[in-house]
Design a protein around this ligand. Structure first.
Ligand SMILES: Cc1cc2nc3c(=O)[nH]c(=O)nc-3n(C[C@H](O)[C@H](O)[C@H](O)COP(=O)(O)O)c2cc1C
Length: 336
């Protein structure tokens, strides 16, 4: 299937909110013939626009911007309060107080309005699907719309999009499921087959991909491109913290797991002390838990304590080497 708005190489650099996605990374990937992405999650609309401007100054090639859909979580206040109490010893140890839950919409409306006023080539959505009116408003402006899906049912619900990003359970970072649940979660190859059977939309495959063979395999199964996040984390252009980059290469970290411990939504990270101790207690309450653990994560990072920060990583984290992003794009596409 030919998709006119995708670049010549079938490699998409995953949007990675929280620091790793930078204009430099997106521009390097797009300039190399892949599709670079900015992650607008957690940012204000103004900060998102500043990153778009900077990326446009670095590359004349198309790139994408990713938005989080507003949280639909009906968080149980008692469960949120109990988790706050459970965090108290950890907060005391780090010398901070747990944070206070705040806005649940990630400034979605402001970001959509800003993007529509001067849109990038591609916009993708995570944690749900936008309204039909938002999808068509982008399409009328020539912007391709991608929706992240984690089940065949979500794929059917998102069929107005120009493409779907099928995210398997192997993926690093947050699962982009519409609801805060692991129900129906599938590993990438199974999900890809299910999504391709459920919709005629082009499908971008994401989750646990790390090598040219992995990319060739998902293209062989029918994906139009492969989206990789973890593989880009240790690149010089990545804004991942030094602590995160070091942990990905540290033999002391041997596995990854899905957890709600840091944010209240399932996300995959390297198994560290905090993940081990808090996963069972963490409620399905996003972004409440994200706000509560924020001061703890910041303090732990400042203290160089890799045991208490979220070290997002997919199952193929061992493939994440330190070469420049452009070299990785060409390597993954089988060009060298
Ligand atoms: C550090 C990190 C941050 C992420 N942030 C986002 C994000 O802001 N938006 C999004 O749609 N996906 C995000 N993801 C998920 C990616 O889009 C993608 O599904 C995932 O990286 C693919 O799996 P891989 O990491 O094994 O390559 C993130 C992944 C990582 C590793």
């Amino acid at each position: 299937m030919t998709v006119p708005w995708l670049p010549e190489l079938p490699i998409v650099q995953a949007p990675m909110a929280g620091g790793p996605s930078t204009p430099e990374l997106a521009a390097a990937v797009s300039d190399a013939g892949g599709l670079g992405f900015l992650g607008a999650g957690y940012k204000t609309a103004g900060a998102m626009r500043a990153e778009i401007d900077r990326t446009r100054a670095l590359t004349s090639r198309p790139f994408g911007v990713n938005l989080f859909m507003p949280s639909q979580d009906d968080a149980d206040p008692a469960a949120v309060a109990a988790y706050r109490d459970a965090l108290a010893p950890e907060a005391r140890r780090l010398g901070v107080d747990p944070g206070t839950p705040s806005a649940r919409d990630d400034a979605y409306d402001a970001k959509v309005a800003d993007l529509l006023s001067d849109p990038p080539g591609v916009v993708s959505f995570t944690f749900g699907r936008p309204d039909a009116a938002v999808i068509s408003a982008f399409q009328e402006r020539g912007t391709a719309v991608v929706v992240t899906v984690t089940t065949a049912e979500e794929a059917r619900l998102a069929s107005a999009a120009d493409a779907l990003c099928a995210q398997g359970t192997e993926a690093g970072g947050h699962r982009g499921s519409f609801a805060n649940t692991l129900d129906g979660a599938l590993p990438l190859r199974d999900l890809l087959r299910a999504v391709l059977a459920a919709t005629d939309r082009p499908v971008i495959a994401a989750g646990g991909l790390g090598t040219p063979d992995d990319v060739a395999e998902v293209l062989g199964l029918g994906a139009v491109a492969a989206q990789l996040g973890t593989a880009f984390l240790r690149r010089p252009e990545s804004g991942a913290s030094a602590l995160h980059k070091a942990a990905l290469a540290d033999p002391a970290f041997t596995s990854t797991a899905l957890t709600r411990a840091f944010s209240g939504r399932p996300a995959r990270g390297l198994v560290n002390r905090f993940l081990t101790e808090y996963s069972d207690a963490a409620p399905a309450a996003y972004p409440d838990v994200h706000y509560m653990t924020s001061p703890l994560r910041k303090a732990a990072a400042a203290q160089g304590d890799a045991g208490a920060v979220n070290l997002w990583a997919g199952t193929a984290f061992r493939d994440a080497a330190e070469v420049p992003a452009a070299d990785l794009v060409r390597h993954l596409a089988g060009l060298r």
